[in-house]
Design a binder for this molecule. Structure first.
Ligand code: UGA
Length: 434
């Protein structure tokens, strides 16, 4: 089937490439000429394992095309996917300017009936609005229906998640449009859940808000464990054995970051406020996360009294491993707090350092290896659990640091191991080794 995808950011590109992989003829549109040119050569603008290979293979098969021209992309397309950004506005609301512009572009350029599929995360009611905008701007009487088809992809495993996802949600108020989406997605072999448009939009927000809640919940339990001398890793493992709870997303740490949880939780609080609903639970989840992101500095201040003049090795900067994404990463808050306290930050990240330079304080020093970062440091902070960081041994810390004092925000080492070395090891929700 012929499909067009508007927007070649992370969601759009992964969607387009994977739809071509299951046999559809996909044209991706983007306004950025340079980006389109390099994508035509099979070069992905984002770092996503497995994506480059699939991109090249499907360009070679003649099933994946890139253009800046809407008319060309929409010609003959039965479905047009909207996958443009919905950045967060100052007030926490999702900014829908780009989505609305695409709706107008669709109206101005289609030459047949289409189903408009929204992949971008949008507030409840947006798909109906998109449908109205397209219909209002249409010059000829084509049939246009909206379908909400939210994505549940994690950065760093987006390709895998597309082919091995738990469900595909199709929200539509029109049976024919829903049937078309089902036909497009059937080759994925994943359970399809059909519902109305508004419920589909809500499923996306509710899912991300629930996962964020799980993380803030286990982080609060971790903070309690520290005070009550229990071990959060064992507590989470014991809780997770109950199928009703599940073991996933119960890893205590320095809070959630990234482009999705922070943005979507704030947006849902806003959405709720428009219908005079005070979403207190979610507000607390957000507040707990903010405190958790600062936790390593709080602990360091408790340990040292003052951080003035301290040299700090910051190990990992990205909001999670296997991505160069720095959006809402805890490292940003931590580095600014450290510099404010008079410390020097020596930062290491295998791939996110370039992106970090725009967000971390200008005084930050960047190095090429975790070993270099800890050399001469007064204490180390583990912010992202990269393999390169986890490969450091306690002997490395002992040999290279001024004093082997480690604040581990990701519980990378076992306590038994730490106890065998003359190190100070502070982790999350576990006993301190001193
Ligand atoms: C998240 C969701 O997991 C996806 O299902 C969703 O599609 C996506 O948002 C989106 O809305 O587009 P992502 O932001 O890529 O995906 O990252 P996750 O792997 O979910 O991690 C988010 C943050 O939570 C990271 O900072 C991670 O370190 C943290 N986290 C995750 C924990 O602290 N503990 C956990 O147990 C799990």
């Amino acid at each position: 089937m012929q499909i067009a995808v508007v927007g070649t950011g992370y969601v759009g590109l992964v969607t387009g490439v994977c739809l071509s992989e299951i046999g559809h003829d996909v044209t991706c549109v983007d306004i950025d000429e340079k980006k389109v040119e390099s994508m035509r050569q099979g070069l992905s603008p984002i770092y996503e394992p497995g994506l480059d290979e699939l991109m090249k293979a499907n360009i070679d098969r003649g099933r994946l095309h890139f253009t800046t021209n809407h008319k060309e992309a929409f010609a003959g397309a039965k479905a047009i996917y909207i996958a443009v950004g919905t950045p967060q506005r100052e007030d926490g609301q999702a900014d829908l300017r780009f989505v609305e512009q695409v709706a107008i572009d669709i109206a101005n350029n289609i030459e047949n009936d289409v189903v408009v599929v929204t992949k971008s995360t949008v507030p409840v009611g947006t798909n109906e609005r998109v449908q109205s905008i397209v219909r209002e701007h249409l010059k000829e009487d084509y049939k246009v229906h909206s379908v909400s088809n939210p994505e549940f992809l994690r950065e760093g495993s987006a390709v895998k998640d597309t082919f091995e996802g738990d469900r595909i949600v199709i929200g539509s108020n029109n049976e024919e449009a829903a049937a078309l989406l089902e036909e497009i997605n059937r080759p994925f072999g994943i359970e399809i859940f059909k519902t109305d448009i508004r419920s589909a939009e809500m499923i996306k927000y509710a899912s991300n808000a629930f996962l964020a809640t799980k993380i803030s919940f286990i982080n609060e339990i971790a903070n309690l464990c520290e005070k009550l001398e229990a071990d959060v890793e064992d507590v989470a493992a014991g809780m997770g054995l109950d199928d009703r709870i599940g073991s996933k997303f119960l890893k205590a740490g320095i809070g959630y970051g990234g482009s999705c949880f922070p943005k979507d939780t704030s947006a849902l609080v806003q959405i709720a406020s428009y219908v005079q609903h005070d979403f207190n639970l979610l507000k607390s989840v957000i507040q707990v996360n903010g405190e958790q992101q600062r936790m390593l500095v709080t602990k360091a201040k408790q340990r040292f009294g003052t951080l003035e003049g301290k040299r700090v090795a910051m190990l990992g900067l990205a909001f999670k491993p296997n991505t160069d994404d720095m959006r809402e990463a805890a490292s940003i808050t931590l580095a600014h707090e450290l510099v404010k306290e008079g410390a020097t930050v020596v930062a290491y990240d295998p791939i996110a350092a370039d992106n970090a330079k725009k967000l971390l304080p200008s005084e930050t020093l960047y190095v090429e290896s975790p070993e270099e970062a800890i050399t001469g440091a007064d204490f180390a902070m583990i912010v992202t659990e990269w393999d390169q960081v986890k490969a450091l041994t306690f002997n490395d810390y002992i040999e290279k640091m001024n004093e082997p004092i480690i604040f581990d925000g990701r519980n990378c080492y076992s306590l038994d191991q730490a106890a065998q070395y003359p190190v100070e090891y502070y982790s999350v929700g576990r006993k301190n080794i001193t």
